[in-house]
Ligand binder design. Structure first.
Ligand code: DGL
Length: 282
């Protein structure tokens, strides 16, 4: 890095990080970022009007993601975290081509964590139809270790269940059982929660999979990667949070009230407001 670049990066230390998802799922990544790098300011966008992304085409998900990145960049964000596996699977190449700031996604961190967690070389991945159909986890895991066997299962009903707040509900239990039985039969010892919504039903998934199966939430490793990236570029925010500093700002494309209620149950921070914006205008 040149002296001028370092100077420019230092000037960005106080700039916020942009994080986005199709809905509330990305908050599981925000929660981890707050835990690991609490000084950082965050602008979050949840596309609550157009969720779910997992059953949409690559073209549509890419178009939505480009709009969101344009929106986030109006805040002069220093980096963007794609807190959505579906966007990571479908749109990363396009987003990276168009963007001159670093963008982090969630699939590579999840793949790395799973490789270090497995003992028997059998890894399961659950995610949206898009993520599983794209085989992105299989590709990234096999880039790291060709000997590992990967078993994918799309679980399209989990996202609407989570968005409806049915986190601990017999309906969620029943559907999870139906989805997971075939994965249990494969003998996996590690299961990647390959959708940022799924950590919110982690206890149900854990109960069904049993104690011998390690559940991997890519959010933890993603936040670590973000921290490393900011450190390397000398862009970590040095200013500790002060009361009422509007450190975290939340934007959605619909139903801000519902989002606030949900967000407060995930992030124990006291989210008082979220603004609805017209994302189609970006
Ligand atoms: N939470 C997102 C993911 O990680 C998207 C879920 C959806 O909108 O279908 O894939």
């Amino acid at each position: 890095m040149t002296e001028t670049q370092l100077k420019q990066n230092k000037a960005l230390r106080d700039a916020p990080i942009g994080v986005f998802d199709s809905g509330v799922g990305g908050l599981t990544v925000v929660r981890e970022i707050i835990r690991q790098i609490p000084n950082e300011k965050i602008i979050y966008f949840g596309d609550t009007a157009r969720v779910p992304y997992g059953s949409k085409s690559r073209e549509t998900v890419t178009r939505f993601s480009e709009q969101i990145v344009r929106f986030l960049r109006t805040f002069q964000v220093k980096t963007i975290v794609v807190a959505c596996n579906t966007v990571s699977a479908y749109a990363m190449e396009t987003l990276e081509q168009d963007c001159d700031i670093p963008i982090i996604e969630v699939v590579r961190p999840g793949a790395r964590t799973a490789i270090s967690a497995t003992r028997n070389g059998r890894i399961g991945v659950i995610g949206t139809e898009a993520t599983i159909g794209s085989q992105i986890y299989t590709r990234y895991i096999q880039e790291l270790n060709r000997k590992v066997s990967i078993y994918g299962k799309a679980c399209p009903l989990f996202v609407p269940l989570v968005e409806e707040g049915l986190l601990e509900d017999p309906v969620t239990d029943e559907i999870a059982r139906r989805y997971l039985t075939e994965l249990i039969d494969t003998g996996i010892d590690t299961l990647i929660l390959g959708c940022t919504h799924y950590p919110l039903i982690r206890s149900t998934l854990g109960r069904i999979m049993g104690d011998e199966v390690t559940l991997v939430n890519p959010a933890y490793e993603t936040a670590m990667e973000l921290r490393r990236l900011l450190e390397v570029h000398d862009m970590l925010c040095q200013t500790p949070p002060t009361l009422g500093s509007n450190r975290y700002q939340f934007y959605v494309s619909d139903k801000a009230d519902k989002f606030i209620r949900f967000a407060n149950s995930i992030i124990k921070y006291g989210i008082l407001s979220a603004k609805t914006i017209n994302i189609e205008a970006y």
